[in-house]
Design a protein around this ligand. Structure first.
Ligand SMILES: [Ca+2]
Length: 492
């Protein structure tokens, strides 16, 4: 059976049963579509070198958010924040990448399941890491629908046929239940087919580069390869939307389309800069809210879980510290809806191995509409990982190889050591290349931001603020150790 036949057949099989239910359903379905390593690059955000018609449609028919932020720009910690509704320093081990997943926090998929939702996921859920040793029977994002796979050749990095797995899930669901589904595409995570973007006829001259890169054709070509993978993800999103339309559930489904953090490029993935934690975010809910809006309120990823629960008529779980933005969705307004949504915090401890004793790179930051202030607590460490072990905090890539080979100012911006404090005028300098932390004209601004950040972190129980920073050094790494510093030493 071809994919087209399959979609046709499944549509016929479920259409009759679902139409009646869609009309009478009170609780919305929830579809959470999350890309892997996709930065703020979409047509609706003004980019012409990358085509995202499905995401653009969700934004156009729903709400496009211009200020959505993850609390930690790396796969596992970001996804843990989404599932638990807690900031990254409130997640015990799950602040790190490749850890166990603690079992003492409520998760929105499990809460919805308890309340009668049919819950599932496909592709990448929480991870990478170990959720089994803490007692989870399946991925914390939901029971997996993974069996549909594509046969080569295909464009994406993964063979998982996300949209058809979603269609399977819809067939399997009981007739009397709303659903909650996590569609986790593995694109545009690396590895890419080098040069695929240029070979597809794309023009490197169309790609605008951030100021922290030199104007190099290698980097532009690499970004076009990334664009290919974003477009593959967007195509699957389009299939999922079409599926919902076919079975009459589109307008009764609260759809969120987003990513976990910025693109898998140096100085972006895993780093505390704007391009790493400022994320594409669009919400469509045909019957539930007024569409065609652009909202500038700050959305923190810990706000997603309580929003889903409130949309389902549930209170936030007691362990959730995020704040539902359902009121923003329902407000019918554009621009600034809730003026108190004007600040976000971001931080990290250890992402990948590669420093002596498996050390991390502890940092916290605060972002307001005007400024971005960063505190690097261990400035003697290498921010992207040690040189000897290959700067493991970002995937290998043509851009990474090129920047390392230059060993110049651009190399330093991506891989070099950083000062204890950084301050950026985010409106003038969204690429965060002009550090104002030592500029006396900004001394007062800096001090106020630092005080505000530390007060907020203390209130949130961050162990680093409350005299227990040593906890972060006790967190075990659960992934392969081939890039660890001790492994490197053994081979010398
Ligand atoms: Ca990721």
């Amino acid at each position: 059976m071809t994919r087209r036949d399959f979609f046709g057949a499944t549509a016929a099989a479920v259409a009759a049963a679902t139409t009646a239910r869609a009309q009478s359903a009170k609780r919305p379905n929830i579809l959470f579509a999350i890309a892997d390593d996709w930065g703020l690059h979409a047509g609706v955000y003004g980019h012409t070198w990358i085509k995202t018609p499905s995401f653009d449609r969700i934004a156009r028919e729903g709400v496009l958010f211009t200020n959505a932020f993850t609390s930690n720009p790396k796969c596992s910690p970001c996804r843990a924040t989404i599932l638990t509704g807690r900031n990254t320093w409130q997640l015990k081990e799950a602040i790190n990448h490749f850890t166990i997943f603690p079992n003492d926090f409520a998760l929105y998929p499990a809460e919805l399941e308890k309340a009668g939702y049919f819950v599932g996921m496909t592709g990448k859920g929480w991870g990478p890491g170990d959720y089994k040793s803490t007692g989870y029977a399946h991925n914390p994002a939901g029971k997996e629908w993974q069996k549909r796979r594509l046969t080569p050749p295909f464009t994406g990095v993964s063979a998982i046929d996300y949209a058809t797995n979603f269609a399977d899930f819809l067939i399997d669901r009981p007739q009397d239940k709303p659903f909650c589904f996590w569609l986790g595409s593995q694109e545009p995570h690396r590895a890419y087919q080098e040069g695929s973007g240029v070979r597809s006829g794309r023009n490197p001259a169309d790609v605008p580069l951030p100021k922290f890169y030199p104007n190099a054709p290698q980097i532009k070509s690499d970004m076009l390869d990334y664009a290919m993978e974003v477009e593959w993800m967007d195509k699957h999103l389009g299939h999922a939307l079409k599926k919902l339309e076919e079975i009459g559930e589109l307008d009764n489904t609260l759809i969120v389309a987003t990513s976990d953090h910025g693109m898998p490029f140096p100085r972006v993935k895993g780093q505390l800069y704007e391009a790493a934690f400022h994320i594409p975010f669009a919400v469509r809910w045909g019957a539930g809210m007024k569409g065609g809006r652009v909202v500038d309120d700050f959305i923190n990823f810990r706000d997603i879980a309580p929003t889903f629960l409130e949309a389902a008529g549930l209170p936030p779980a007691i362990t959730m510290t995020g704040k539902s933005f359902l009121d923003v969705l329902k407000s019918n307004k554009s621009g600034t809806v809730d003026a108190t949504r004007n600040v976000t915090l971001v931080g990290k401890e250890r992402h990948d191995l590669g420093r002596p004793n498996d050390q991390g790179y502890p940092a916290r930051a605060i972002r307001t509409p005007e400024y971005f202030y960063v505190r690097n607590y261990e400035p003697d460490r290498w921010p992207a990982g040690n040189p000897e072990t290959g700067y493991r905090n970002v995937d290998d890539s043509p851009t990474k190889t090129f920047l390392i080979s230059r060993f110049d100012e651009y190399y330093k911006m991506s891989f070099g050591k950083r000062p204890p404090e950084e301050l950026y005028d985010i409106k003038k300098d969204p690429d965060c290349v002009n550090n104002l932390a030592k500029d006396l004209n900004y001394a007062q601004v800096k001090r106020k931001l630092q005080e505000r950040m530390e007060a907020m972190l203390k209130e949130e129980g961050d162990p680093r603020m409350n005299g227990h920073a040593e906890f972060f050094d006790t967190i075990q790494y659960t992934g392969p150790r081939k890039h660890a510093y001790d492994e490197w030493l053994k081979n010398q």
